[in-house]
Ligand binder design. Sequence first.
Ligand code: ACO
Length: 333
Amino acid sequence: MKMKSNGKPASRIAGMGWFAPDKILTNTDLERMVDTSDEWITTRTGIKRRHIVEPGTRASELATPAARSAMDEAGVNPEDIDMILVATVTGDYKFPSTAIFLQANLGAKNAVAMDISAACAGYLYTLHFADMMIRSGQAKTVLVVGVEVLTSMINWKDRSTCVLFGDAAGAAVVVPSADNRGILASYLGTDGSLADLLNCPGGGSAYPAMNREIPMEDFTIHMKGNEVFKHAVKKMGDAAVIALDLAGIEKNDIDLLFAHQANMRIIDATAKRLKVPQKKVFKNIQEYGNTSTASIPLAMGEARQKGLITDDSVVVCVAFGGGFTWASSVIRF
Ligand code: ACO
């Protein structure tokens, strides 16, 4: 699925926000929990710490402050919001959606609300659909959120996955664009034939939670890491190139690259493919680990707060996750 604005974007990001819990789990902490080392985690992934919730914390509790920050920056009131799209694979309940809890928390009584499940690419999917809603005239103010409590589905005995993930939320308010600033192009892709490489099967209709014969491990993340790695490198590079072509933006004109913070080596490979120098590659994986759908909006929100995204900045966002799903966007601020 592709969107090309021909230089006349339909929508722009008017405000961004993020939230991460205060509690920190370091590589040294993990050394005491599983057979791993700070050296292995750092060199293989780039991760040093991750922020994690207290057990029982809901995804909507992280999404709410992130959304409020984005709304403050955009200067919108709860009643102004027409639509709330939440990307998550670790929502509060199986149903209703996390978006409806967020709607209630914010008092956004005029908003329709729903979740999108597209793993780590989910946030860029929501951004694309927000753009489409505004483009079609169905909505004027869309709140998009990526939120995960990944610690709710981690097997703390599996060293190949438990060292990777953290909890966080990121949000943006998307409104109509009046000039040449906004979402210039976006691209979404899916390949459902590779679902076996990355999933969490338990709790769905295939493995219902009430079936006591299903092992607890099936309610946690399963990943064939090195297989996923190869697909992620290829697809993220391809997706970024496709979105740049659609936007008519040259690689040299990229001001900042936001690649899904899953692994430092994947981020670096994507940057290399795009010939983007390191100083234009935003990284916070060392602090938060892989926060799945929250990864891109968390990175963008932090970068904005640090003054790295300014008026006229051209940013490229690209993500890849379970499914497989992948997505890319080119945005002019
Ligand atoms: N500490 C020490 N050793 C470990 C650890 C650990 N935490 N984890 C695995 N190892 C060992 C393995 O057992 C293996 O040992 P062996 O050679 O004796 O069998 C060795 O390290 C190498 O394992 P690999 O899995 O081949 O290591 P790799 O270099 O591929 O790194 C990693 C693993 C970090 C998971 C990497 O493959 C990766 O980042 N994959 C992509 C993740 C990703 O992009 N996910 C997509 C989004 S996530 C989502 O959608 C929720």
